[in-house]
Design a protein around this ligand. Structure first.
Ligand SMILES: *[C@@H]1O[C@H](CO)[C@@H](O)[C@H](O)[C@H]1NC(C)=O
Ligand SMILES: *[C@@H]1O[C@H](CO)[C@@H](O)[C@H](O)[C@H]1NC(C)=O
Ligand SMILES: *[C@@H]1O[C@H](CO)[C@@H](O)[C@H](O)[C@H]1NC(C)=O
Ligand SMILES: [Cu+2]
Length: 259
């Protein structure tokens, strides 16, 4: 049982411990991409030229902010969210992608989800904050068959890494790869207190695929504080017999849609 005392004192602490972001992306087994570092990169001169859309810090998109464009690619800088960057990384369709988080603590029960959006041209000219452009390509919620059922709690047991595979038949072009943890530790009395930790990386998928992404979901849009199936719930009530459904709909891949 968690009493009210640790919850109150956590709220008073600086937002450092227990939060995180993706610091590096490994493509295949040999290629590493350094992602945006919100603590070291802003000071650099000349400015860094990374594929990650800039976010403010390691804290979550929470307190209802996830119904705004902060949810698309995390809270930006200087009051502006979701600012495109000017570069992409070439990644072959079908690649294995490993997201390396900063040291991720185990006190954020919830799902881990990864989405793709087609930039319909250049990502530097694409927002992603409007339209049903986000297609989920990977998710893990509560898996009762695992010794640590919540996906975000398994993360510390696997070196804070999460691995996904890009669809192999997808058409070449520029895409945003959006990877995210949702922490449900405070959502039992108020769905607005859900904590989303998204980041967006702009990639150019290469190869000879011909499949285009189907219609997906809107971010902002589909994540709502009153969603009692995925967000506004008591995570301790989830079990093998009371399964959990991550927000954002089903997963799409080479074999179409699956749940
Ligand atoms: C839920 O949390 C939000 C964000 O902090 C707050 O604005 C709202 O008043 C809360 N609602 C209730 C019913 O406590
Ligand atoms: C991208 O390039 C444009 C035009 O060269 C420039 O105005 C903008 O500041 C650049 N954005 C970033 C994030 O570097
Ligand atoms: C975690 O990292 C350590 C040190 O690099 C390595 O020895 C270990 O095999 C890794 N474990 C997993 C599960 O990847
Ligand atoms: Cu946190």
């Amino acid at each position: 049982m968690i009493s009210f005392i640790p919850i109150v004192s956590l709220a008073l602490l600086p937002m450092v411990a227990g939060h995180g972001y993706v610091q590096q992306i490994e493509v295949g087994s040999s290629s590493y991409i350094e992602a945006w570092n919100p603590y070291k990169d802003p000071q650099k001169n000349p400015p860094v030229n990374k594929i990650t859309r800039i976010f403010k810090d390691n804290g979550p998109v929470t307190d209802g902010l996830f119904t705004t464009d902060a949810i698309t690619c995390n809270i930006g800088r200087d009051g502006t969210n979701n600012i495109p960057v000017n570069t992409t990384a070439a990644i072959p369709a079908g690649s294995t992608i490993k997201f390396l988080w900063t040291d991720w603590q185990s006190d954020h029960p919830g799902p881990i989800m990864t989405y793709l959006a087609s930039c319909a041209g250049k990502c530097e000219k694409f927002s992603g904050s409007t339209g049903n452009v986000w297609v989920k390509i990977d998710q893990a919620g509560y898996d009762a068959s695992q010794s640590v059922p919540w996906a975000s709690k398994r993360l510390p047991t696997q070196n804070s890494t999460w691995t996904v595979t890009l669809p192999s038949k997808i058409a070449p072009g520029e895409y945003i790869l959006r990877h995210e943890i949702l922490g449900l530790q405070r959502t039992n009395t108020n769905g607005s207190l859900a904590q989303f930790y998204p980041s967006c990386n702009q990639i150019t998928i290469t190869g000879s695929g011909t499949t285009n992404l189907p219609t997906g979901i809107a971010l902002p849009g589909v994540y709502q504080p009153d969603d009692t199936k995925s967000i506004f719930l008591e995570y301790r009530d989830i079990s093998a017999t009371n399964p959990y459904t991550p927000p954002g709909g089903p997963v799409w891949g080479d074999n179409g849609w699956s749940t």
